[in-house]
Design a protein around this ligand. Structure first.
Ligand SMILES: [Zn+2]
Length: 285
């Protein structure tokens, strides 16, 4: 009998210690996983989850509305040496320019953001140093040479394509699809790159409507931006753009995009081949 009581006592003591141990483990676990124990910053979480490069973490430096000096829109064509033709920017020059922009805190805007900004400036968040990189004509080197350089710096661009030339020595639809999927913007630069001020209303309409439809069909995106071949336009061109569903259009006139600008006559800054880095810096200041 005595022996039975001793056994019972040992068993009760054992169960008591087991319960005590379990409670202690639960408390320690709860403390380790409480939010106050970890406190990851939003940035560290983003960086870990998406493995973003450091330069894309400048999300905190945003502002609303147009910057005081307006937004620079750089205009490039080919990113290759074209002897005797300043429309060709050598790849090394282009790479130095992208590096300069990165070092000076510039961040690229998509066409969508520029569109939102023009329509609703007070509610559109911008990086503190916004810029647009635009490329006219759809040269194959834009995809093969320019894009890999831009991507290294976290930049995206806007590519204006001549739809009849796509694939014939110029960028292919697959190239353009890849660019669009990686956050770049694509706009129309007509079907044939004709001087639009010389066309009949029917031909003019065709250049605007069919190029837009071709890009939309091939890439599955909505096209609302246009770029005038050789910068040529008149009042008939402006009216036809509105009639055919374009809401932004870029000229070759020098200047920046400011709050007071008309969305169908946006100004740009031409970057010629052979420009020094000092010269490039002056274009931006
Ligand atoms: Zn052109």
């Amino acid at each position: 009998m005595k022996s039975n009581r001793r056994h019972l006592l040992v068993l009760v003591l054992f169960l008591f210690l087991l319960v005590l141990g379990s409670v202690a483990v639960i408390i320690v676990n709860a403390r380790m996983h409480s939010p106050s124990a970890e406190k990851p910053t939003a940035e560290s979480t983003l960086k870990e989850e998406f493995n973003l490069p450091a330069h894309s973490m400048r999300v905190a430096n945003t502002t609303f509305g147009f910057p005081a000096g307006g937004i620079p829109v750089l205009m490039y064509h080919a990113i290759e040496s074209l002897p005797g033709n300043s429309l060709g920017v050598p790849p090394q020059q282009f790479a130095q320019e992208m590096q300069y922009l990165h070092q000076h805190g510039y961040q690229t805007l998509s066409l969508d953001v520029l569109h939102n900004l023009i329509q609703n400036p007070q509610n559109t968040a911008l990086p503190t140093q916004p810029i647009l990189l635009t490329f006219d004509d759809g040269y194959a080197d834009n995809y093969q040479t320019a894009w890999p350089i831009m991507r290294q710096f976290g930049f995206t661009g806007t590519f204006f394509v001549v739809t009849d030339a796509v694939g014939s020595g110029m960028m292919t639809w697959d190239n353009l699809k890849d660019l669009a999927q990686q956050g770049n913007s694509i706009g129309s630069h007509t079907i044939h790159h004709y001087d639009l001020t010389t066309l009949s209303p029917i031909r003019l309409k065709q250049e605007l409507v069919d190029s837009k439809a071709a890009i939309e069909k091939e890439l599955g995106i909505s096209v609302f931006a246009f770029c005038y071949p050789s910068g040529r336009y008149n009042t008939a061109t402006l009216a036809m753009l509105t009639q055919t569903g374009y809401t932004l259009a870029f000229t070759t006139e020098p200047g920046r995009v400011t709050a007071s600008v008309s969305p169908l006559t946006l100004k740009r800054i031409r970057v010629p081949g052979g420009l020094s880095l000092n010269g490039f810096a002056k274009l931006l200041n």
